[in-house]
Design a protein around this ligand. Sequence first.
Ligand code: UN1
Length: 508
Amino acid sequence: MTAIALPATEDLRARARACLDRIGVEVPEGDDLYARTPVTGEDLFGLKGSGAAEAEAAVAAAHEAFLTWRSIPAPRRGELVRRFGELVREHHGDLADLITLEAGKIRSEAYGEVQEIIDIADYAVGLSRQLYGRVIASERAGHRMAETWHPLGVVGIISAFNFPAAVWAWNATVALVCGDTLVWKPSELTPLISLACDRLLARAAEEVGAPAGIHRLVLGGRESGEQLVDDPRVALVSATGSTRMGRSVGPRVAARFGRTLLELGGNNAAIVTPSADLDLTLPSVVFASAGTAGQRCTALRRLIVHRDVVDSLLPRLTAAFERLPVGDPFAEGTLVGPLISPAPLASMQDALARVTADGGKVLVGGERVETGTASAAYVRPAVVRIEGHTEVVREETFAPLLYVLTYDTLEEAIALQNDVPQGLSSSIFTRDQREAEVFMSAVGSDCGMVNVNVGTSGAEIGGAFGGEKETGGGRACGSDAWHAYMRRTTNVVNYSAEVALAQNINFL
Ligand code: UN1
């Protein structure tokens, strides 16, 4: 097979430079860390990074700014986010380019990620006028009981490479209208898009006259992340990444009675029932498993197919996988871009070797795609048939790898779907309302997100996003997820002239 053509790193560097210039980013050049592109696997720029001392200063500045920001009325705080959303709209293409350059996403997915920033910004602006509390019936005459929501403090955001901008925006826009200030530690793999988002927020803050310290970016490694985890001034640590990372962050923040919002690993499944509309199921499954080169926490990794439909679905599925264009994510028509680095390719190949040893059969894909360079990692998305769960199937492999399992009864399918340590997203494809309802009921899927005739990935920002078990339990985005970014007070007011103790207690 001939090697696929990749653009020259020199051209990608010029493209990154032009986007950053238009956004107004001054690249802090240095040699602490390197902006790298998975498109060719080569470095773009050397950057100055931050260590623990810079992270400490960032927390101090954000804490100082919080003391002012918390008193600004929420709808005024919303004006900052509105302006930020406008700037993101103006730079939609440049931001998408930077995401493709650093995370390797294909064009439409990179545009989609920026759209997610715009959507959550709009949502947060509306929310800035809807931070409601409840009024609760008091058991005492002449008393009123109510809840008030107040800003929480500094929010430390630790984000991953795969959604390098949107996941930050979910946290940042909602936290800002809630009256919190931010310190962001992005993945070391995506510094340029982080600089760009931070610059646009800084511009919005300058224009609306918000305190400069309301947001700080720390481009650094472990020590800067640890500063956010251990600093008591960071009221909430919102961390997205692996379960391994969450296992270390969660208990450390809890030990100082800080709050966490954890979005960790997924190992998502879809059940395909005998009544499934296969014309709808097929594209949904292919996007969820091979889209973003399998590098979403919501990616579909297990397809649990009824024994009666497996023979009609599988040939169509493998044919669709065979046709998937893998290559330069900037090129028109590419559907599968690179993996972030050679490491996940090695993990994928290791998983394939293990599942084969367990009796699994690779039906399609899994081969590295030749590019003429060892530093870039392109792979053909794989489908593997396996009977039942083995250890490797229960692990999260962050790559385009789909295990196909079969079932006979819905009960068995649900048990399989739930038989993994993670609990993020799940789907059922069915036209049978009973099956759909059972799947969404208390004895159905144990995930945070439960879909019917919709794939596991690509959630809208209006819902609460997150999952159970080793996924960490956090909820970000819409619905009432904003509660995580505020503290609640319960207020009781006695407007009578009498003393009335609760629980009918008489005293004095
Ligand atoms: C992630 O992979 O960390 O639901 C986030 C989705 C996207 C977000 C994924 N809206 O797939």
